[in-house]
Design a protein around this ligand. Structure first.
Ligand SMILES: C[S@@+](CC[C@H](N)C(=O)[O-])C[C@H]1O[C@@H](n2cnc3c(N)ncnc32)[C@H](O)[C@@H]1O
Length: 220
């Protein structure tokens, strides 16, 4: 297969799959919302430690969450900044969503100890699949730009000791758990990815909810 042009990668919060989810209301039943606990009635503060193309952050912000997006790649950070700017000009509805999103350039491993939130989300570049055709074109382009994320275990360690109620790791459905990381409190499976949810034992409200069975998820 020939080399794909990097310039084809763009952040688009208005058209494409992201815009469709917003217009169709499909966002409301997304597994990421269950995993994070974000809903229209529960507009939490989220740190997206691996902002990437910003789709997860936009989904959470469209449900009312206030989201801090951290991205360490200067190129991806620039694409995100452009995408947010373009979205802001699109409509009042989208501008209101973007107003809840704050973009930061930096490494989340260094920044997390200085921050506080209800939820930290981590979605590193996933291990390369053997069936490359299954990997979406966007993800292939992003991988060309930023490479793999070999330090994901360090990032997870930083997230797990951060001041937050829970950490949500997005990981391929059938991939082995990350080595050296404690077992998740529970897991939510999607079609191709799963969300490993790590409830912070220092967050009493979350623990009480789990004990009371108010969270409908499978627990380990
Ligand atoms: C798979 S993408 C995230 C996709 C994103 N969830 C979305 O919805 O578009 C992973 C991104 O995280 C970034 N990243 C990985 N480790 C990071 C770190 N320690 N700090 C900040 N950004 C990081 C990578 O540069 C890459 O852009």
């Amino acid at each position: 297969m020939g080399r794909i042009s990097r310039s084809a990668l763009a952040v688009d919060f208005v058209g494409g799959a992201v815009g469709y989810k917003l217009r169709s209301g499909a966002a409301r039943s997304h597994a990421l919302l269950k995993a994070t606990g974000v809903s229209a009635n529960r507009p939490l503060h989220v740190i997206d430690a691996t902002a990437g193309l910003g789709r997860d952050s936009f989904l959470l912000a469209s449900m009312g969450a206030t989201v801090m997006l951290i991205e360490r790649s200067p190129q991806v950070h620039a694409l995100l900044a452009q995408g947010l700017e373009a979205a802001r000009a699109e409509s009042d509805e989208i501008a209101a969503i973007v107003a809840r999103m704050t973009l930061i350039h930096g490494d989340a491993r260094a920044l997390l100890p200085t921050l506080q939130a209800d939820v930290v989300t981590v979605d590193p570049m996933h291990p390369a699949r053997t069936k490359t055709a299954l990997v979406k074109q966007e993800m292939r382009l992003l991988r060309e730009m930023v490479g793999a994320d070999p330090d994901v275990a360090d990032l997870m360690q930083a997230a797990l000791v951060a001041r937050c109620g829970r950490v949500v790791l997005k990981w391929p459905l059938r991939a082995e758990p990350l080595a050296g990381i404690r077992k998740p409190s529970y897991q939510i499976a999607g079609k191709t990815v799963r969300y490993d949810v790590f409830v912070n034992p220092r967050a009493p409200a979350e623990e009480a909810l789990l004990r009371a069975g108010d969270l409908e998820f499978f627990r380990f």
